[in-house]
Design a protein around this ligand. Structure first.
Ligand SMILES: *Cc1c(COP(=O)(O)O)cnc(C)c1O
Ligand code: SF4
Length: 344
């Protein structure tokens, strides 16, 4: 479904919201796959992520067209080189679904600027010419929207570069259209180098049996999976929702990697919440679930200054050379303990 009328006909958009959704569509791409449309019928957490709303028309003063500064670190088209040892390679700017909070919403869309053959070769030449690049992250858009044949060509060329040790693929496709992760796709990703797939997934409702089976096909083929989630108001902004998501991922053999604080993309204020609230949720999560289920909460500093962990903090200097440490239940303790408090 690619427009407001289709969403209304499917019962996913109220008649009274159609006009605003059409106005949103003039600026930002809309797409909902059959698999997620089915999910959106029963899950508010899914509907809120993909069904356009009038709130997107509200642009806050602090919001930016390029919130994480991709442009400032792009030496050639399709490459973002912000950290010495790794680059983003963005071969395609289309996605199977368009998230309403997308951090690259000004860049992605169905007509989204894909690299043509010459541009792709120039991007690969850049990677070949920079011996410090150890990891190549295919991003976009969604790189798994490329046909398995084209994907395989890119992966084989990357794998043939001596200094490239790791290929990481950032994708939403297993959640959006799990049937696309078929034998041909899995075979396209296998190569002589380590390939990791990082899944974008924000709510346990996204982990349907079909989605888990699709991820299982990748993992069974020897491709480790990570998850990246975005902290989103009205979707996963409480400890119980976060717990269910993280447990669901780990039970599907997917290691939670990052929980992103939402970026300052235009018209996404209704998804953002204070960092202090994010820290509270993370602190709660630490007390509830296993270490396997703990993502790192990160902020991508606006302007292209990179991602950093943003807490919560458990440790503070006590001013006398020692430390005060918070435990998961909210108590605080000195480290090292005072002599009298030393455990027997
Ligand atoms: C997020 C990002 C990476 C990957 O960072 P990790 O911390 O390794 O996951 C690399 N390059 C750019 C430009 C990024 O935005
Ligand atoms: S899948 Fe990623 S790039 Fe595509 S719309 Fe969602 S957040 Fe944006």
């Amino acid at each position: 479904m690619r427009d407001a009328d289709a969403l209304r006909d499917a019962g996913l958009l109220a008649e009274s919201d159609v006009a605003a959704a059409k106005q949103v569509a003039r600026r930002y791409a809309i797409a909902v796959t059959p698999h997620l449309a089915e999910g959106a019928q029963t899950s508010d957490a899914i509907a809120r992520q993909f069904i356009p709303s009038a709130e997107e028309l509200v642009i806050a003063r602090e919001e930016l067209g390029d919130p994480i500064g991709d442009e400032t670190h792009s030496p050639v088209k399709g490459i973002v080189h912000r950290y010495a040892d790794r680059v983003l390679l963005k071969p395609i700017h289309a996605c199977a679904v368009y998230c309403r909070f997308c951090f690259r919403r000004e860049q992605v869309g169905p007509g989204g600027d894909a690299l043509d053959a010459a541009e792709l070769q120039a991007a690969l030449d850049y990677i070949r010419g920079h011996g410090e690049i150890w990891e190549v992250i295919l991003s976009g858009g969604d790189p798994l929207l490329l046909s398995p044949r084209r994907l395989k060509e890119i992966i084989d060329q990357l794998a043939a570069i001596d200094h490239v040790g790791i290929i990481r693929i950032h994708t939403r496709l297993p959640v959006a259209d799990p049937a696309k992760i078929d034998g041909e796709m899995v075979a396209a990703l296998k190569c002589a180098k380590a390939v990791y797939v990082a899944l974008h997934c924000n709510h346990a409702d996204e982990l349907t049996p079909e989605v888990k089976a699709a991820c299982g096909r990748l993992i069974d083929a020897g491709i480790p999976m990570l998850a990246q989630s975005v902290l989103l108001k009205g979707v996963n902004d409480d400890a119980a929702a976060m717990e269910a998501l993280m447990r669901g991922l780990v039970a599907a053999r997917i290691k939670p990697y990052y929980l992103h604080h939402p970026d300052l993309a235009h018209g996404t204020g209704h998804f953002r919440l204070p960092i202090a609230r994010g820290q509270e949720i993370l602190r709660d999560l630490r007390g509830r679930v296993s270490g396997l289920c703990q993502p790192t909460y990160v902020l991508d500093i606006p302007g292209g200054h990179g991602k950093v962990p943003i807490g919560p903090d458990y440790l503070s200097a006590d001013g006398t050379g020692g430390w005060s440490v918070a435990d998961p239940d909210g108590g605080t303790h000195l480290y090292p303990p005072k002599a009298a408090e030393k455990p027997e």
